[in-house]
Write a protein of this length. Structure first.
Length: 255
């Protein structure tokens, strides 16, 4: 594994570098999708930048609120750049709120923008998963399969690599469908959501650890199953509506 990359006297964190590349690549692909759908790509870069900045601040403040007693004793901890000093949920909420405000002010359709961003998000997740593998994160369960990798002295499922392959396959399917088919607004985003949730549903049991609820159920699997069912139902309704709204085929009078 390569947790750090030496550059002269410095050592860059592999996972941090992968996250930066994932962000840039995701925006690049989303901008290409925007131009293809007749939307100014500047909106993509603006939403991505503003959402990132607000998300970072919100994640930092959320962590400070959650662990107020620690920061009250040592206020300088607010300046820490440690990855563990951010609350992801607060960051996601802040980023989503900022994106919603931008779309509202510029009168952009949230559904259309979701379709535009969906392939870029999948690409970003794939690059981040590759970074997690190189950094020795996202440990899999023990395995003796030929493609198992050795981590910390034992052979494990390369779950992060499984995720990279699955996400790139899903991304290819989405791009192919978007180029070959006329999709309803929101359909591409729902397909991405359905596919991503299905991937997590099947990969989660291969992870070495994860949050549990109830009698040993994996929380990620429960959420993923709910997302699969809801997004699959919505996709089914869209497909049914498309068929119902198509013009009837006129019979051939010569037959």
């Amino acid at each position: 594994m390569f947790p750090t990359i030496p550059i002269g006297p410095m050592r860059l964190q592999t996972y941090g570098l992968a996250l930066l590349l994932a962000y840039m690549a995701g925006l690049w692909l989303a901008a290409r999708q925007a131009r293809r759908h007749g939307i100014d790509s500047d909106h993509v870069y603006n939403v991505g930048l503003y959402a990132l900045l607000v998300g970072i601040v919100a994640a930092r403040l959320g962590h400070a609120i959650a662990y107020f007693e620690v920061y009250r004793v040592d206020p300088l901890q607010l300046l820490s750049l440690s990855p563990g000093a951010f609350l992801p949920l607060a960051g996601l909420i802040g980023a989503a709120a900022m994106a919603a405000i931008y779309l509202y002010r510029h009168r952009l359709s949230a559904v259309r923008m979701a379709d535009i961003f969906a392939p870029g998000v999948l690409l970003a997740l794939a690059i981040a998963a590759l970074g997690a593998f190189l950094a020795g994160r996202d440990l899999g369960t023990l395995s003796e399969l030929p493609w198992a990798v050795e981590l910390f002295g034992v052979r494990r499922h390369p779950v992060a690599l499984y995720q990279v392959v699955a996400l790139l396959g899903l991304l290819g399917l989405l791009l192919w469908t978007d180029h070959r088919s006329v999709l309803r607004p929101g359909q591409l985003a729902l397909m991405a959501l359905f596919g991503y949730a299905a991937i997590q549903l099947f990969l989660e049991p291969l992870r070495a650890e994860g949050p549990l609820v109830g009698d040993g159920w994996r929380m990620v699997q429960i959420v993923a199953l709910a997302v699969v069912l809801v997004s699959g139902w919505l996709l089914g309704r869209m497909a049914g509506t498309s068929r119902d709204s198509s013009p009837p085929v006129k019979p051939n009078p010569e037959s």
